[in-house]
Design a protein around this ligand. Structure first.
Ligand code: HEM
Length: 371
């Protein structure tokens, strides 16, 4: 009997130890996944800024081929390499500083792509774990593949505005999904709670859609080189309502034959695009600003009341940077910062949607307490 007791004790403690070890390993895996998702979100933000820097310093065609640069993994540097590159691409002779900008963006974007694939593989491997998001990491892998294709077409279809704008949106989508992953995975800095009801979910959703639309309009303004076609503010070419031509301004596809560098639209069409981006900003200001002020009111959930100033600050920053773009005639740092500000405003709306949606029944293992 005594011998049997010993056997039971020993096997029981082995079983407990094994469960402890597996539990600790799963927890460490979850924390590692969360850290990698955070790193990827920061990297995605950097890639967006780098992309803007490339686009706005007219280096988007710094390398006329893809994925290499004049057939190189880096930039042709030796005189014979440059001579050969110039012979193959006589219409695009090597401009080393532009080529380097383009390649630095590709190195960062490529690293981000690899990290996203690791996240997707890791999520699939951990799919049995409570609270482990799987759909978003897999979706992200798809978005990254699409982004690589759009990046290639940006070059091969020579800055077609639709492709440039979609590539911009793809970057913002990647960032938003990564941030959503950070918010919704175990270890979230803002664990999901009980949710705030359908009305708030709707209001936050509409705010998100408006900001996405405004970012698309901004991308269209930039891709059509319409930034300086309203050089004054708040008027545009001296008018409160300048002559507009919506028929020409928003043609979604003008073929793949043209070289779109510098823009192909006439003055009125570009004024229309720029002016519409300003109208969009006014709408976003009224809606998101109004929503944030409403969230500040007593009676709203405390975490939403605390979050409202973040929303207001992101909004004010972005509007201020947009106006500075115009007033100071598009200095590169301000134009790049306007992209960063757009990304921060978008992330604020993503966060608001996370806060109002709650996590019950969706993210297994979410914390249920009110913050
Ligand atoms: C909620 C407000 C706003 C958002 C989310 C937003 C977003 C954006 C984005 C994402 C771009 C694309 C930048 C690029 O492709 O590099 C852009 C471009 C631009 N935005 Fe805004 N914007 C806002 C408000 C404004 C305001 C108020 C103005 C001016 C009155 C403005 C002026 C411009 C100009 C001039 C460009 C073209 C920049 C270029 O070609 O480099 N924006 N905006």
């Amino acid at each position: 009997m005594a011998g049997n007791d010993v056997v039971v004790d020993v096997s029981g403690s082995i079983a407990t130890n094994r469960a402890d070890v597996i539990g600790a390993r799963d927890a460490a895996g979850g924390a590692g996944f969360h850290r990698l998702a955070r790193f990827a979100a920061v990297l995605a933000f950097a890639v967006i800024l780098l992309g803007a820097w490339v686009r706005l310093s007219d280096a988007g065609l710094g390398c006329p081929d893809w994925p290499g640069c004049y057939g190189h993994l880096d930039v042709p540097a030796e005189p014979h390499e440059v001579a050969r590159a110039n012979a193959i691409y006589p219409e695009r002779p090597v401009e080393t500083h532009k080529a380097w900008k383009e390649m630095i963006h590709r190195y960062f974007a490529g690293t981000l792509g690899l990290v996203v694939f690791v996240l997707a593989g890791w999520a699939l491997a951990r799919r049995q774990q409570p609270g482990q998001p799987v759909a978003v990491p897999v979706l992200l892998a798809g978005v990254v593949i699409l982004q690589a294709l759009l990046g290639m077409w940006t070059v091969t279809i020579r800055l077609n505005p639709t492709i440039v704008m979609l590539h911009l949106i793809g970057g913002f989508t990647t960032l938003s999904l990564l941030w959503w992953l950070v918010l919704r995975s175990p270890g979230s800095p803002l664990p999901a709670t009980a949710g705030s009801g359908r009305r708030l979910a709707w209001l936050a959703g509409v705010g998100l859609v408006l900001v996405i639309g405004q970012i698309m309009l901004g991308g269209w303004t930039s891709a059509n080189y319409a930034a300086l076609h309203c050089p004054d503010f708040p008027t545009c070419q001296g008018d409160w309502l300048p002559p507009l031509d919506y028929g020409e301004a928003f043609v979604p596809w003008r073929g793949s034959e043209l070289d779109f560098e510098g823009g192909v639209l006439d003055n009125t069409a570009r004024v229309t695009i720029h002016f519409t981006h300003r109208l969009g900003a006014l709408l976003v200001l009224l809606y998101v600003g109004g929503l944030a002020l409403w969230l500040r009111r007593p009676g709203q959930p405390s975490r939403l009341r605390r979050f409202a100033p973040v929303l207001l600050a992101a909004l004010a920053l972005q509007i201020g940077l947009g106006i500075s773009n115009v007033v100071f005639s598009l200095p590169l740092p301000v134009a790049v910062a306007h992209n960063g500000g757009g990304a921060l405003l978008l992330l604020s709306l993503v966060t608001l949607n996370h806060l109002v949606h709650g996590g019950e029944g969706k993210g297994r293992g979410m914390s249920g307490e009110e913050a």
